[in-house]
Ligand binder design. Structure first.
Ligand SMILES: Nc1nc2c(ncn2[C@@H]2O[C@H](COP(=O)(O)OP(=O)(O)OP(=O)(O)O)[C@@H](O)[C@H]2O)c(=O)[nH]1
Ligand SMILES: [Mg+2]
Length: 450
């Protein structure tokens, strides 16, 4: 089970909490402790967090206008945000150079491509230098990834074994192509040994990078602390990318360990695909984990899609028509799976996957059925009568059950989007709004889709 699911389970205890007394607060903190310890957050942090919560929750006076339960929820939220990163610093918007370092298999090469994609979409001219001359297949791996990134320049030299020489050549080549942001993939080693340190230092002397980011797998948990400080002392790291945060139960430990070493976590890797990279913000991350739904994150992803010029509309604006539904499915297919989007919205755990995934074939079918509908029907499919459903099925070479299936699917998504219509960023930021939100979303399990 991933970190998020463990923590979410602990938060389920909130919805069943009737009275806030000594006993119930203890039960709640026990659940939280369990989740945090299994995420590999260090015991000291966990214990001090629980103590702080217990005493604050049972304090004689609580802020005006809040129930004790609301007070406890907001305390827990604030305390957890603090453990996972506090007020996070945003990644640089226009980096000129990034050197990625890290041990074997931490995710450097994948992250290199993901970052190129991320900054490329934000209008920067990005180039990558393949400076892993240690592992024979490294250049090929990176080249394959770059093929998915039109517009991103790439430099490699398979005949040169000295990484710093490749970097020097790469800088000249990429600069001549008008590249603004250079990202360098370096070789890993099984440990931070003198060989790795020397190599990174030689590259550093040539590139003089503005950013040296340590790439760490979330599965290292608390170990992140040791690695981050060792790399920092040896080669001067000024940021961290945590990968495999999608699958690792220990991601929370890795985050809190980085927090302890004051290494800002700029990005988290949430999958193997090129766009499975997210700018990290502790509060956003946590609100998603807690099941609030990460509206801001979703909108940011949509913004990215607009940059890519894919057909998108904001489903939270205007009426949710059948056309909006279709556009939504189409663009979410491009972003990744719909279940991922649903997870961002805080429903992910509670909706069967098959209800959210839609294949190319099904999408085509939906399209031809919609082509047989009138404008008005597309605007409001609830006007469809049985005889019209028959006609549409005939006209599109499908069955009536297919049409009904489309309508059912539409209603499900409409309902889901309806839940988020009245939210805005301010509500997510302001603690009062957060509590209101919490009231509405404490029990996502009860949202019926059928
Ligand atoms: N699930 C998941 N897998 C990831 C993520 N990032 C990287 N991976 C996978 O982790 C494995 C190692 O990634 P690489 O990018 O090759 O790691 P590396 O640090 O370049 O490895 P070396 O060059 O051998 O040191 C690959 O199978 C990636 O697909 C992530 O965020 N989530
Ligand atoms: Mg690599």
């Amino acid at each position: 089970m991933g970190f998020g699911e463990n923590l979410r389970k602990a938060f389920d205890a909130f919805s069943t909490l009737k009275v806030v007394d000594k006993e119930s607060v203890k039960t709640l903190t026990k659940e939280l402790q369990r989740a945090l310890i299994s995420a590999d957050v260090d015991i000291e942090t966990v214990l001090s967090l629980s103590k702080q919560l217990e005493s604050a929750a049972l304090a004689e006076t609580i802020p005006k206008g809040l129930t004790r339960k609301e007070h406890l929820i907001s305390l827990t939220y604030d305390a957890l945000v603090d453990v996972l990163g506090g007020k996070t610093i945003a990644a640089p918007e226009k980096p000129t150079s990034i050197l990625l370092v890290g041990l074997f298999g931490s995710g450097k090469t994948t992250t290199c491509a993901k970052l190129a994609h991320y900054y490329g979409k934000r209008g920067l001219r990005v180039g990558i230098i393949a400076a892993d001359t240690f592992r024979p297949a490294a250049v090929d791996q990176l080249e394959q990834l770059v093929k998915q990134l039109p517009g991103v320049q790439f430099y490699s030299n398979r005949n040169e074994k000295e990484a710093s020489v490749v970097v020097r050549q790469g800088i000249v080549d990429l600069m001549s192509k008008g590249v603004h942001t250079i990202i360098v993939d370096s070789a890993g080693r099984s440990a931070l040994d003198p060989e790795l340190v020397d190599e990174v230092k030689r590259i550093h002397a040539i590139l003089k990078p503005e950013n040296v980011w340590l790439v760490l797998g979330g599965d290292v948990g608390q170990q992140a602390k040791k690695q981050a400080s060792a790399f920092h002392d040896a080669v001067g790291v000024n940021g961290v990318v945590l990968t495999r945060m999608d699958g690792s139960a220990k991601g929370g430990g890795a985050l809190s360990a980085c927090r302890a070493t004051h290494s800002p976590v700029y990005f988290i890797g949430m999958g193997e695909k090129i766009n499975d990279l997210e700018a990290f913000h502790a509060d956003r991350f946590l609100s998603r984990v807690m099941g609030y739904g990460d509206l801001k994150g979703l909108l940011e992803k949509m913004e990215d899609l607009k940059i890519e010029n894919i057909n998108t509309e904001n489903p939270l604006e205007g009426p949710f028509t059948l056309q909006t539904f279709y556009t939504q499915l189409e663009s979410t297919r491009k972003m990744g799976s719909l279940s991922k989007i649903a997870e961002m919205l805080g429903f992910g755990m509670n909706i069967p996957k098959h209800e959210l995934e839609v294949g190319e074939e099904k999408l085509d079918k939906y399209k031809s059925m919609m082509d047989s509908m009138t404008k008005q029907e597309k605007r409001d499919p609830e006007v469809l009568t049985t005889s019209r459903i028959e006609r549409i099925a005939k006209g599109s070479g499908t069955n009536e059950s297919d049409v009904r299936d489309l309508l059912k699917h539409y209603r499900q998504l409409k309902k889901m989007m309806g839940q988020f219509k009245n939210l805005d960023e301010e509500k997510l930021k302001n603690p009062k709004g957060m509590q209101k939100l919490m009231k509405g979303f404490q029990k996502p399990k009860k949202i019926k889709l059928r």
